[in-house]
Each structure stands twice: as structure tokens, then as C-alpha cells.
Design a protein around this ligand. Structure first.
Ligand code: PLP
Length: 479
């Protein structure tokens, strides 16, 4: 090791010296001591590594003074006060973006979360009787009335709902599922694996592309506890295909006294066919088909908070409610408040379509999206941003989130053509903003899809682009 490195390493202060310096600055009263100590250690260690990695001829390198290090430690700890979970602008055009928080909540749902959780609530208190109540009861009635179901129960998410139903109805026995429906949703949710964890045995029937009623029929035996149908949410098999419709499956199950379950995935409450989209069976359709139990998500097409909704026959729901696993999967009060508010929107489906952002984004006519795109384009041109050329282009948005696979929705894109950096670099810089803008790259352009951007988010966009362009000196090389 050369002498210079040795000298630098010797100059690095001891942890105790740093702590003393920080104490003099009064910082030790402002943060937990173990945290400060650990940050001192890791900061010094970091500098030690930098010194060791230094190479002769590298210029502008100088190890910090004790005061400089103390500053670095304070900044690092103060940085912890910034929340890492943040709002972002979803300009990807993927409406139910699983990585971007899926369904944005309606204003009414946000209000209810604050109202219910800022103080105490009647979460498990029956106000009329003055005695203990059930948390599930707050939304049970409205879900039943909107879907026609006899009974309803809500849990943490749809994965939990599926696990709970399987565990309650098929523990130690068999559940029959078509080979065409053994799906993976992503994020480690695969029907066969969830089935295994639930304690039920999977009995696969049919072929990947074709399953007939007699395949189910032949598989029914003494161990059969459940016939299960799963919505193939995020893919489609096309061509030579055949599946058994829910009504026939229900008839078969009932003939043998075996309950029939449908994992709907998204759980659509309005007829999307009326809005130029592929028709999804609605939750109401599924109930009308006579299914014993069905499960769906709160934050997919429903447009509410993350939740799993279980609906079905009262006798079955009663068993599910009593399963001890239910306690482990239960829904919390913030979610319940938001879910109830979301459900209330469906009392007027036309209003729901406009007020719930997911439904609005799915069904908004292209005109509206294009008008928004033009407005943003004008704003961006007025902002005099150097180094990016802006234009408009038609394109396609997607439903995402395991809903409406293959459905393309016409949209308008704001095209950003960077002149002084690569599209990859621009996309990255937008992603690293304080309010990140998540856009997509297409060849030399970066695209912002206006179907998933609302007008009240515009105020962050020119500002963000200003930061992005000014932080890029003209000399920056293409990456
Ligand atoms: C999305 C989905 C799930 C999982 O739902 P989460 O709410 O994400 O837990 C389960 N089954 C199907 C068919 C789905 O589409």
C-alpha cells in the first residue's frame, strides 16, 4: 500500500471522536444513539473502502475531515426522514399496474380512511345493541345487495381469500381444477402451490386447451371436496379451445353434493361490453349462475383498496368465517373504510364509472384522453425546456393487473424526443425525480400515455422535466 493511502486511512477519525463531534453539534439528542453509532461506523467504513480503491492519477479525491464526516452522517440520518414509499405519476398506460400500486383510491375512500382512523371507530362494536360486533358486517350488506350473494366476507387480498376458501372446504381432500386454469398470477401466486399450502390436494383434469364436463365428472370420487374454476386473468388461450361454463359445473357439483368455487381474480361489477371492451362476466352473473363461493380482488377492476372479497352461500361463508386462518388473514380498518366507500359508488354504476379512476381510465373515450394530451403538450411547449422535442402520437394502453388480457385500448401519447441524452437516460432521470414520472421507451423516444395521467398531476410534469433537463449538461455523452 502506498504511503498516501496509509496517511489517509490514519486521518480517518475514530468512531468516538465522531460521536463527540456530533454531541457538540447537539445531534445526539435528535436521533437514537445506536443509529448514530452504526451510521458513523458505516460511513467511515465506506470511506476506508474508497481510499483502498483509489488509484494513482485519479484526481479530485480527498478524504473528508472529521467535521466533513460528521456532516455526511447527519445528512444520511436526516435522509431517513424522507418516505421511501411515494406517489408516482403512472405514464405507462398500464391502468392496473401491479408494481405501481394497482388501483388509485377515490376521493371518498381517502376521506373515509382519515375519518375512521384518526380517532376511534365502531370497527367491532354494534352501536344498536351496545355490544361486540363483527368487523366484516360493515360491508357485508352492501356487497350482498350489489351482487345478489347470500353472504360476504372480506380478507386481506384475493390470494388470502383463495387460500382461506380452499383450506376451509377442501383440507385433506381433493379440489378439481382444469389444466387450462392452473395459472400463475405473478409474485409467487400459483394455483397448484397455493392449493398445496391450503392442505387441499389438486386434482387436475382435461388438457391445457380443452376441458369438458365429463373430465370433471370422471374425477369426482370419495375424496372430492370442491370443484374449482379459476379465471385465467393474465393470459388467453386462443385457437382450438373448450372450457366448461360455470352453470354446467354448478349443476354437476350440486348433483354430487360438492360445492363449486370460482376464483374470479378481478371481479368486475359493471358490464364492460357496453364500453367497447371485451365482456367480463360480472360478479352478479357469477352469483346468478348459482356458484357456492366466489373470490375476487378489491384493487383490480373493482377500483378499491387491496382486499379479498369472498361471496357465496350463507352456510359456506359461516364455515369460512369460523376458520382460525381467517383471523390471520383479516382485513384492517383502513381497508374496510376504503372498501365501503368504494362499494357505495356502485349504487350508481354510471357514477362509479366516472368516479373510480380505474373504471374511468378503462372506459374514457379517446377524445377525452387526446384533449388532455394536447393540454399537456401546450404546457410543455410553454415551459421552454431545452433538449427535448415534444409531439403527440396515437398508441395503445393496457388494462394490466391480470385483467382483460390482450385488450388494447386506443390512447394518446405525449412523445418526448431527447436531443442531448439517450431515451434510456431520460427515462431513468424521470424515474429518479422526487415525484417520479414512470414512462416507457420506444426506440429513441420516451412516451407518456395520457390515459393513466390525470390533469391534476400535470403540475408536476413540466417542473420535473425542468429538473431533468437542467441536471443534464449539454456535454453529457449518450449512454
Ligand atoms: C389477481 C388474482 C389473484 C390474486 O389476487 P390478489 O388480490 O393480488 O391477492 C388470485 N386469482 C386470480 C385469478 C387473480 O387474477
Amino acid at each position: 500500500m502506498d504511503d498516501r493511502k496509509r496517511e489517509w486511512l490514519k486521518q480517518l477519525p475514530k468512531i468516538d471522536e465522531l460521536l463527540l463531534d456530533l454531541e457538540k453539534k447537539g445531534f445526539l439528542d435528535r436521533a437514537p444513539r445506536p443509529l448514530v453509532k452504526e451510521t458513523c461506523r458505516s460511513t467511515v467504513e465506506n470511506w476506508r473502502r474508497k481510499i483502498m480503491a483509489w488509484k494513482e492519477g485519479e484526481r479530485g479525491f480527498s478524504p473528508p475531515s472529521t467535521a466533513g464526516l460528521a456532516e455526511e452522517i447527519i445528512l444520511s440520518i436526516e435522509g431517513l426522514h424522507t418516505c421511501r414509499l411515494r406517489r408516482v405519476i403512472n405514464a405507462t398506460g398500464v391502468i392496473l399496474h401491479t408494481n405501481l400500486g394497482r388501483a388509485p383510491l377515490a376521493a371518498s375512500a381517502l376521506d373515509r380512511i382519515i375519518e375512521v382512523s384518526r380517532g376511534y371507530s365502531n370497527l367491532e362494536f354494534d352501536l344498536e345493541k351496545g355490544e361486540r360486533g363483527l368487523r366484516y358486517d360493515h360491508v357485508r350488506d352492501i356487497i350482498c345487495r350489489l351482487t345478489g350473494a347470500e353472504d360476504a366476507l372480506v380478507v386481506n387480498n384475493n390470494a388470502a381469500a383463495v387460500l382461506l376458501v380452499l383450506n376451509t372446504l377442501a383440507l385433506g381432500g381433493e379440489a378439481i381444477v382444469s389444466r387450462g386454469e392452473l395459472i400463475e398470477i405473478g409474485g409467487e401466486f400459483r394455483i397448484p402451490e397455493v392449493m398445496e399450502r391450503s392442505g387441499a390436494r389438486l386434482r387436475e383434469v382435461g388438457a391445457t386447451n380443452r376441458t369438458r364436463l365429463k373430465d370433471y365428472q370422471k374425477a369426482i370420487g370419495a375424496d372430492t371436496r370442491l370443484l374449482m374454476k379459476v379465471h385465467t386473468s393474465n393470459f388467453r388461450i386462443i385457437g382450438f379451445t373448450e372450457e366448461v361454463d360455470l352453470k354446467s359445473l354448478v349443476a354437476l357439483g350440486h348433483e354430487h353434493g360438492i360445492p363449486v368455487m370460482n376464483d374470479l381474480g378481478s371481479g368486475c361489477m359493471i358490464d364492460l361490453g357496453l364500453h367497447g371492451l371485451q365482456r367480463e362476466p360480472t360478479v352478479e352473473d357469477v352469483v346468478a349462475a348459482g356458484v357456492d363461493v366466489a373470490t375476487f380482488s378489491g384493487d383490480k377492476l373493482l377500483g378499491g383498496p387491496q382486499a379479498g372479497i369472498i361471496i357465496g352461500k350463507a352456510t359456506i361463508l359461516e364455515k369460512i368465517r369460523k376458520n382460525p386462518l381467517n383471523r390471520a388473514l383479516r382485513i384492517d380498518k383502513l381497508t374496510l373504510a376504503a372498501l365501503e366507500a368504494t362499494m357505495i359508488h356502485y349504487l350508481n354504476p354510471e357514477r362509479a364509472r366516472k368516479d373510480l379512476r380505474v373504471l374511468k381510465a378503462l372506459t374514457e373515450p379517446l377524445d377525452g384522453v387526446a384533449a388532455r394530451a394536447k393540454k399537456l403538450l401546450r404546457k410543455l411547449k410553454r415551459a421552454n425546456l431545452e433538449g427535448i422535442r415534444f409531439s403527440l402520437k396515437e398508441g395503445m394502453s393496457a388494462a394490466g393487473g391480470g385483467s382483460l388480457p390482450g385488450q388494447e385500448i386506443p390512447t394518446m401519447l405525449v412523445v418526448m424526443t431527447p436531443l442531448l441524452m439517450s431515451a434510456v437516460r431520460l427515462e431513468e432521470k424521470l424515474r429518479l425525480l422526487e415525484i417520479p414520472i414512470i414512462a416507457r421507451i420506444a426506440a429513441a423516444d420516451v412516451l407518456m400515455d395520457m390515459r393513466t395521467v390525470e390533469e391534476d398531476e400535470f403540475r408536476f410534469i413540466p417542473e420535473g422535466l425542468k429538473t431533468v433537463t437542467s441536471a443534464a449538461p449539454p456535454s453529457e455523452s449518450l449512454r
